[in-house]
Write a protein that binds this ligand. Structure first.
Ligand code: GLP
Length: 243
């Protein structure tokens, strides 16, 4: 994996937003896989600004969200879908039919996972997948112990991951759903190019283990070592434990 350390999270976001915009300009049909979370907030802000400044054509781009919480069927909220709308998709002229995310309110969750895999495949696969990383080394919601062969599936969340997502639920860990739908490791590794973004010292140990440790289900991000097209973008704080 190629590692790049930027002097700040802002510089990192700006560089990745430029690269993503360039990819979209080169190929308006680009199929993007996109994460929610705190880390990409700056990225999406920059990407919206660049898209406006360059009048970038998003109308033919396809987007697939990385993951989503399982919420009650009568719930009005799909938290990550809402996040993607608020931070990116409401501000660029995407075609709604080309925007997809795993439906965490589906009646049959396994059937929804199959539908999602087929939709990604029918789109021709992911050209560019952007990932964050959990402090425990998870990617998407592939928690420690996740098998490398898994495709989109229902995942049980660790207490640590629920705590890390409490900010989306008014700071209440007890309101964070215990399950989520997530692209599996095999879905992720099927992307043609992957960019993993990590900022802040709380990600430093996971980043070092991902880049320098062995490949193990105990640290799902380590499976990225087996993919030839992975770029890791870090701020200085997230890079402090690298050898
Ligand atoms: C979350 C999400 C991931 C995200 C990662 C890092 O729990 N499941 O999609 O990339 O963990 O999140 P954050 O950027 O908020 O630290």
């Amino acid at each position: 994996m190629r590692l790049h350390v930027h002097q700040s999270a802002e510089h990192l976001a700006s560089a990745l937003a430029q690269n993503t915009a360039d990819a979209l300009a080169r190929n308006p049909h680009t199929v993007l896989g996109l994460p929610a979370g705190r880390t990409p907030v700056l990225l999406y802000r920059e990407l919206v600004a660049i898209s406006r400044a360059r009048s970038l054509d998003w109308s033919r781009a396809r987007t697939f969200s990385l993951d989503e919480f399982v919420t009650p069927r009568d719930s009005s909220r799909q938290p990550y879908r809402q996040f993607m709308h608020d931070h990116l998709l409401a501000h660029v002229a995407v075609t709604p039919a080309l925007v997809d995310s795993p439906n965490g309110r589906a009646v049959d969750l396994d059937a929804e996972c199959d539908r999602y895999e087929r939709a990604i495949e029918a789109a021709g696969g992911l050209d560019l997948l952007i990932l964050g990383i959990g402090a425990n080394g998870h990617i998407g919601f592939n928690e420690p112990g996740s098998p490398p062969g898994a495709r989109t599936h229902v995942a049980s969340l660790t207490a640590e991951s629920r705590a890390a997502n409490a900010w989306l639920f008014g700071g209440r860990i007890d309101r964070v759903p215990p399950r989520a739908l997530t692209m599996g490791i095999a879905t992720i590794l099927g992307a043609r190019a992957i960019v993993l973004v990590a900022t802040g010292v709380e990600k430093a140990a996971a980043v070092a283990a991902m880049a320098n440790g062995g490949v193990t289900p105990d640290l799902p991000a380590s499976f990225l070592q087996s993919h030839a097209g992975v770029t890791v973008l870090l701020d200085e704080a997230a890079a402090v434990q690298l050898a």
